[in-house]
Design a protein around this ligand. Structure first.
Ligand SMILES: C[S@@+](CC[C@H](N)C(=O)[O-])C[C@H]1O[C@@H](n2cnc3c(N)ncnc32)[C@H](O)[C@@H]1O
Ligand code: SF4
Length: 447
C-alpha cells in the first residue's frame, strides 16, 4: 500500500456498529414511541438483551467507552437498583415473556458487580425472557480486578462466554495508557472462568496506542496465543481527545502514524492467521471451530456476533436498543438515566425510526462490514425498487478508481472488498451512508 493511497482512505469514518450511527439519532423518538414499539413486539420474537454497567475501578486514558471510575461501591449499588426497576418497567411494557438467544453484560466493567447483584440481575432478566437452550450469555471483564467470587457468580448466573480486556502487554504502553496488567493475573482470571465451566474466551487488543511498534504488537499477540482464546478482537485506537478529555493524558507525540497503524494491524493479523485464526470482518479473529468462524456473522454494538435475534433490548445508561421500527437510546448520563427510571418512565432519550432507504443502506453496510460483499441480488429481492438508488451507487463505485480495494463479484452479484481493501471496509461502507457529513460529528481514523 502506497502512503498516498493510505492517506486517501484513512480519513475519519464511523465504526458502523449500526446504521444510521448513534450520533444521527434524534429526540424525535423518545419513551412514548419506545413504549409503543415494545407493546407491538410479536409474541414469537427472539430477543437479544444488553445490559450496560458504566463503572470501572480505574480509568484507562485511552478508553472510549461510556464509563467512570469509582472507588466506592455505593454508586454501583444505587445503579443496580435502577437497572432492576428498568428491567421490570420494560417487562411490563412488553407484556408477556419472550425468548432470549443472546445476553450481554457490557461496560465499563461488569466485573465490578458484587456477586449478589450479578445473581439479582440474571434473575430479573429471566423474568422478561426465558434464556433459550443455546443462549449465549457473555460478560465483559477487567481481569485486573476480577475476583474469584465474581467469576463464580457469573458462572452460576449462566454466563458461558467471557470477554477479557488486554489491549497490550508491553509495560511502556501500559504505563502510557494507565493500565498496568500482568500476563499472570490475566491468565489466572481466564483459568478461573474455564474452571467454572465458562469455556468460550474472547480477548480484546488495541493497536495504534502510544509506544506500540509492529514488533511490540506481535510480542503481545505471541503472549495472547499462550492463553488460547477462542476469539480475538483487534481494535484500532480511536483517539478523540476533543470529545473525551481523559484522552488528553495520552502522550500524542508517541502515537503511531497512519502508516505505522496500518503496518501494526497487518502484522497482528498475519501473526493470528499463522496461528490458525480465521479473520472475521474488519477486526475479529476466531478459531476454526468457533461459531464466529463458521456461521453467518452479524454486526451489532458489541462488534461482530453470531446474534441473529434482530431485536435488541438495551438496559442501563446509554444502552441502545434495536426494534423492527428503529433504534432507541437511553439517557447517557447515569444521573439522568436514574432520574427517569425513578420516576417510573422508560429512560429513552433519543432514537431513530427507520425509513425504507435506511433499511436498504443498513443491510448493505452490514453485509459489507461482515462478509466484505455488496449483495446486489439480496437487496433487490428484499427491497425491490427501493434498493435501486443504492445498487446504482454501488455500480458507479465499481466503475471508478478504487485502487484495487474492491472488485466485481465473480458471479455478477454486486462487488467484493479485496484483501487489500479489508482494513478500509469502513471507508468503503461510508460511500452508502447518506447521513455522513449531515452533522458535525468526529469519528475515529479509518485504519
Ligand atoms: C468495556 S471494555 C472491556 C472490558 C473491561 N472494561 C476492560 O477494559 O478490561 C471494551 C473494549 O473496548 C476497547 N476500547 C476501549 N476504548 C477504545 C478506544 N478508544 N479505541 C479502540 N478501542 C477501545 C478495548 O479493547 C476494551 O477492551
Ligand atoms: S478500557 Fe475497560 S477498564 Fe479501562 S476505562 Fe474503559 S471500560 Fe474501564
Amino acid at each position: 500500500m502506497r502512503p498516498e493511497t493510505l492517506k486517501r482512505y484513512a480519513g475519519s469514518v464511523p465504526r458502523y456498529t449500526s446504521y444510521p450511527t448513534a450520533p444521527h439519532f434524534s429526540d424525535k423518538i423518545g419513551a412514548a414511541e419506545y413504549g409503543l414499539w415494545l407493546a407491538a413486539l410479536p409474541s414469537a420474537a427472539r430477543l437479544s438483551l444488553y445490559l450496560h454497567i458504566p463503572y470501572c475501578d480505574q480509568l484507562c486514558w485511552y478508553c472510549g467507552c461510556n464509563t467512570k471510575a469509582t472507588q466506592q461501591y455505593e454508586p454501583v449499588s444505587n445503579y443496580v437498583e435502577h437497572l432492576v426497576k428498568e428491567i421490570e418497567l420494560i417487562g411490563d411494557a412488553i407484556g408477556g415473556k419472550r425468548i432470549a438467544d443472546h445476553i450481554h453484560f457490557g461496560g465499563g466493567s461488569p466485573s465490578i458487580l458484587r456477586p449478589e447483584h450479578i445473581r439479582i440481575l440474571g434473575e430479573k432478566l429471566r423474568g422478561v425472557a426465558d434464556f433459550s437452550e443455546y443462549a449465549e450469555f457473555a460478560v465483559e471483564v477487567d481481569p485486573r480486578t476480577t475476583a474469584e467470587d465474581r467469576i463464580a457468580a457469573f458462572a452460576a448466573a449462566g454466563v458461558n462466554r467471557v470477554s477479557v480486556g488486554v489491549q497490550d502487554f508491553a509495560p511502556q504502553v501500559q504505563m502510557a495508557i494507565n493500565r498496568m496488567q500482568s500476563f499472570e493475573k490475566t491468565q489466572s482470571v481466564i483459568d478461573g472462568f474455564r474452571r467454572h465451566g465458562v469455556k468460550s474466551v474472547n480477548i480484546d487488543l488495541v493497536y495504534g496506542l502510544p509506544y506500540q511498534t509492529r514488533d511490540s504488537v506481535e510480542q503481545t499477540i505471541e503472549q495472547v496465543l499462550k492463553l488460547e482464546p477462542d476469539r480475538v478482537a483487534l481494535f484500532g485506537y480511536a483517539h478523540l481527545p476533543e470529545r473525551l478529555p481523559h484522552q488528553r493524558l495520552i502522550p500524542e507525540d508517541h502515537l503511531p502514524d497512519a502508516m505505522d497503524r496500518f503496518a501494526q494491524a497487518n502484522r497482528a493479523a498475519n501473526t493470528l492467521a499463522n496461528a490458525g485464526y480465521v479473520r472475521v470482518g474488519l477486526d475479529h479473529f476466531a478459531r476454526p471451530g468457533d461459531r464466529l468462524a463458521g456461521g453467518e456473522v452479524r454486526r451489532n454494538f458489541q462488534g461482530y456476533t453470531t446474534d441473529d435475534a434482530g431485536i435488541l433490548i438495551g438496559f442501563g445508561a446509554s444502552a441502545i436498543g434495536r426494534l423492527p421500527q428503529g433504534y432507541v437510546q437511553n439517557a447517557v448520563a447515569t444521573g439522568e438515566y436514574q432520574r427517569r427510571i425513578a420516576a417510573g418512565e422508560l429512560a429513552t432519550q433519543r432514537g431513530h425510526a427507520m425509513s425504507k432507504d435506511d433499511d436498504v443502506r443498513s443491510l448493505a453496510i452490514e453485509r459489507l462490514m461482515c462478509g466484505l460483499h455488496f449483495p446486489e441480488r439480496e437487496l433487490l429481492e428484499r427491497f425491490g425498487e427501493s434498493a435501486s438508488d443504492v445498487v446504482e451507487e454501488a455500480r458507479l463505485l465499481l466503475d471508478s478508481e478504487t485502487d484495487g480495494l474492491i472488485c466485481a463479484d465473480p458471479d455478477g452479484d454486486g462487488f467484493r472488498v479485496t484483501e487489500k481493501g479489508r482494513l478500509f471496509v469502513r471507508s468503503i461502507a461510508s460511500v452508502f451512508d447518506s447521513y455522513l457529513g449531515a452533522a458535525k460529528v468526529r469519528h475515529s481514523a479509518g485504519v
